[in-house]
Design a protein around this ligand. Structure first.
Ligand SMILES: NC(=O)c1ccc[n+]([C@@H]2O[C@H](COP(=O)([O-])OP(=O)(O)OC[C@H]3O[C@@H](n4cnc5c(N)ncnc54)[C@H](OP(=O)(O)O)[C@@H]3O)[C@@H](O)[C@H]2O)c1
Length: 332
């Protein structure tokens, strides 16, 4: 069991919020979860926690209580507030709030949780104005911060790999294409959307669109300013992803050297964060994998200084595991 004494709350009980509840339960930490907030009805939340199309049925009873619901005889308060400033974190002595609506990512918005009495805020994506810190790359720089911006699942997949290559061979440039299942930020049926392609029916097409991870990665790796490009390709699966990471290195390498380096990193400084498989897996096989990034060793390709890596990740479960790593790290 992880060592965690913090009193936790989650704002936004969507894919990431509910996945985190499952993870806390699996790790024997559900008693740390004091309250959750969303705008859906309590009945609907309990239903979605219990039955999940990706993760299956919740492994124990979830029982409604007057104030919320209970899991393993532990009552979790359910609040239904639209506005952060109405959330009573002070009354609950909340140490860390996980902000998982995806809506309040600017410090001016997220800081309302602090005003409401939470001691710290852990975002679940990158922020518009708070530098991103990534577990396994630069998390040590942030111990005292009150609002933590841990990046999204893609940043957490690619940043440790870029970091490892940079430390060992030097990196001249990086191109990333993340091939990922659809999320709630796409449409089920064609609809107007400001990013035009994002409004196309998610389960019907391969949908390329821009992602804004370039400035985030450039901030993490300032020496790669203007040397990073990225895009996302959304595909008709509900979860699971593979990132194509192409790097121009400062030294010539070969496939064996690269895969050996990943193997070594996965046993040492990047243990539990990166992994490598030589099995011929497909996206279903990565579901419920807790790593940020699992390199497909069979797909590692090298021509002199040009390296192409393919990195699998479960965009929900792997990411929820990093959020838990943050909570444990901040609790020390
Ligand atoms: N899904 C992934 O694979 C993934 C991976 C890593 C990071 N992230 C990031 O995590 C964040 C959440 O993503 P998600 O996929 O979990 O999204 P999601 O499934 O849409 O969950 C967001 C939840 O917050 C609720 N909500 C909306 N407005 C609210 C308010 N004012 N107060 C409280 N709750 C409110 C939403 O309700 P409605 O549905 O009614 O609006 C929904 O239940 C995003 O920033 C995303 O980029 C997602």
């Amino acid at each position: 069991m992880e060592n965690l004494s913090a009193r936790l709350a989650i704002n936004g009980m969507g894919r990431i919020g509910r996945t985190l509840v499952r993870l806390l339960h699996q790790k024997g930490l559900i008693k740390n979860l004091i309250a959750v907030n969303d705008i859906m009805s309590k009945e609907n939340l309990i239903y979605l926690l219990k039955y999940d199309s990706i993760r299956g049925t919740f492994p124990c009873e979830i029982i409604p209580t007057p104030n919320g619901f209970s899991i393993d005889d532990h009552e979790i308060f359910y609040l239904q507030q639209n506005e952060i400033k109405n959330l009573p974190w002070k009354n609950f002595s909340i140490d860390a709030i996980i902000e998982a609506t995806g809506l309040f990512t600017h410090s001016s918005e997220a800081s309302h949780h602090l005003t409401s009495g939470a001691k710290r805020v852990l975002l679940t994506t990158f922020s518009k104005d708070i530098p991103t810190k990534v577990i396994g790359v630069n998390q040590a720089q942030i111990k005292e911060a009150l609002i933590i911006s841990p990046g999204d699942c893609t940043i957490n997949c690619v940043a440790p790999i870029i970091h490892l290559m940079k430390e060992n061979f030097g990196v001249d440039s990086v191109h990333v294409n993340v091939i990922q299942g659809y999320t709630t930020r796409q449409e089920l049926i064609d609809k107007p959307y400001k990013g035009l392609r994002r409004g196309r029916a998610a389960a019907h097409s391969i949908i390329p669109f821009e992602v804004n991870i370039k400035p985030v990665l450039e901030n993490i790796f300032p020496e790669l300013q203007d040397k990073i490009e990225s895009m996302s390709t959304r595909v008709p699966v509900p979860c699971g992803a593979i990132a194509g990471i192409s790097l121009v290195l400062k030294k010539s390498v070969n496939t064996q050297t690269i895969n050996s380096l990943i193997e070594k990193g996965s046993r040492a400084e990047l243990k539990n964060i990166i992994d490598i498989t030589y099995d011929p897996i497909v996206s279903t096989d990565i579901l419920n994998n807790s790593h940020s990034s699992t390199i497909d060793g069979q797909l590692t390709k090298v021509t002199s200084q040009h390296l192409r890596l393919m990195a699998w990740f479960d965009n929900e479960w792997g990411y929820a595991n990093r959020l838990l790593d943050w909570l444990v790290f901040l609790n020390k």
